[in-house]
Design a protein around this ligand. Sequence first.
Ligand code: GDP
Ligand code: MG
Length: 204
Amino acid sequence: MSKIIFINARLEASCFKPGQLLPEDNSLPEIAVAGRSNVGKSSLINALLNTKIAKTGQTPGKTRSINFYNIKIKDTEKSFRLVDLPGYGYAARSKDERNEWQKLISAYISRRENLKLVLHLVDFRHGLLKNDKDLQEWINSYEKNIFVVFTKADKIPKSKWLSTKQSYIKDGLFSCDIPIITSSDKREGVDALSEFIADYLAKN
Ligand SMILES: Nc1nc2c(ncn2[C@@H]2O[C@H](COP(=O)(O)OP(=O)(O)O)[C@@H](O)[C@H]2O)c(=O)[nH]1
Ligand SMILES: [Mg+2]
């Protein structure tokens, strides 16, 4: 039985331009979700929220907005925002689009007091890629905390999970805590991630 702790999820806003970003609300800490296009961000958000609120399997690179989801934590008075950042690293994207992407994400990450943590989603099959490393350095430069979540783990035999995780760390992938390995398809690691987020919010 899965343990659903995130309830009443609703999309608060989809923002395409820096000027559209939602004002901060001190009662609503924010957890952002970042990762390459197609890494499985929308699928994981849906698994966490137990809804189909986020559109999945879209043309890679199509989601260019920052989406703010308002979520209540079950059996508490607390709510938070899960903030879906547009995916990066889609090769066919033009330079102009890349600049727009960077401007929008910078505007968000660079001055967001309520942003407590960035979940960095990393495809468990690919090994450490340069643009994942670049993203980490960039988030670090804004002094934001990063936690790694591996996705699509159903594509790797379980017997290899530990060594695969260790090789990412050895290659220099940074995470503020032991990364969680997930599969949205098989609902693996999703409850562990929900608990991690709820604990993190309670402590930070
Ligand atoms: N095998 C497998 N495929 C997945 C998983 N999560 C997502 N996918 C697939 O990966 C593709 C991209 O997923 P999506 O959630 O839209 O990625 P996003 O672009 O990062 O939001 C879709 O075809 C999904 O069905 C997973 O846990 N396992
Ligand atoms: Mg998506």
